[in-house]
Design a protein around this ligand. Sequence first.
Ligand code: PSV
Ligand code: MN
Length: 388
Amino acid sequence: MTDFASITDQLALQAIELPSWAFGNSGTRFKVFGTPGTPRTVQEKLADAAQVHAFTGLAPTVALHIPWDKVDDYAALAAYARDLGVALGTINSNTFQDDAYKFGSLTHLDPAVRRKAIDHHLECIDIMDATGSRDLKIWLADGSNYPGQADLRGRQDRLAESLQVIYDRLGPDQRLVLEYKFFEPAFYHTDVCDWGTSYAQVAALGPKAMVCLDTGHHAPGTNIEFIVMQLLRLGKLGSFDFNSRFYADDDLIVGAADPFQLFRILYEVVRGGGYGPDSGVAFMLDQCHNVEDKVPGQIRSVLNVQEMTAKAMLVDTDALAAAQEAGDVLGANGVFMDAFYTDVRADLADWRESRGLPADPMAAFAATGYLGRIAAERVGGTQAGWGA
Ligand code: PSV
Ligand code: MN
């Protein structure tokens, strides 16, 4: 077994981006429950996100969603974030809530609707210029509900044309990541439904276009770590949206539903050179906290990723390779499982303390009384929410 001390330099490089929308209210089509203290503004979302970083040292950047986080002065917002100890990260576009997009956005039959959707993305790139963000994340709700409703091939061709216009506007250090999802809100077909479709589209665009893998966007039983391996092998894994799911796109806390799957994914990330600041892979959360407190929900999330990353780094790769080469099926599996079953929590707590961080970030945050304070202070106004 690789020992813990030998992985801490690597672990110290970990950076996980938080979604601004995780701090707003969210729910299902049945009910969105409000929580006292929920941010009313993007500035308050950033203040909450900064708490997660302060207690874990793991979350130095925050992703914005446009128009949910629209402000007049993005450079000023970036400075505001810096003062809180975080930076603005990925800019997410949104073409799924405007009436014009009922039958699609970048794929729409009507050139005027396509132009509107393209212009929205160009505006997002203007925002990236002001915030210094590297990545534009595109997820499209485009699709159809009934066989025959839409010309699948025509939509794919129009998508390629629209994406090309957006791609051509990217600055030299900017990238586009195209997220896929197999269904919802469209139920028959989705235009970017799987990694192969996203890969085909971004490969045609060029080196600044990559695939975004949201862990909740696959059919049950899909071997996600295989997709991670393949995209890394092809040099096209741009980013993760981490979350976990029991059924569909549940957006629950990463590692909550299936810690072993998260371990397997992170093993392939480390194995494939996808870890660390030079890897080009952005690690983001894309979650909603419908019933639990949001700041601790995000703290728990980044700690889950850290814990499974540590375990993935503990895999004795020499012993694993030897067992694989010898055809020792159970031996190889045993080496892999040894790392997964290693309890790294005490080592992580000691290591955090040695770096001036709380051994138990959840308890340390709870002890500050921050949630009580924001509940008392944030009175009036409209609480932010997913979709508003
Ligand atoms: C779509 O389900 C998605 O995963 C995309 O990343 C959106 O931008 C995000 O969720 C919004 O919650
Ligand atoms: Mn996502």
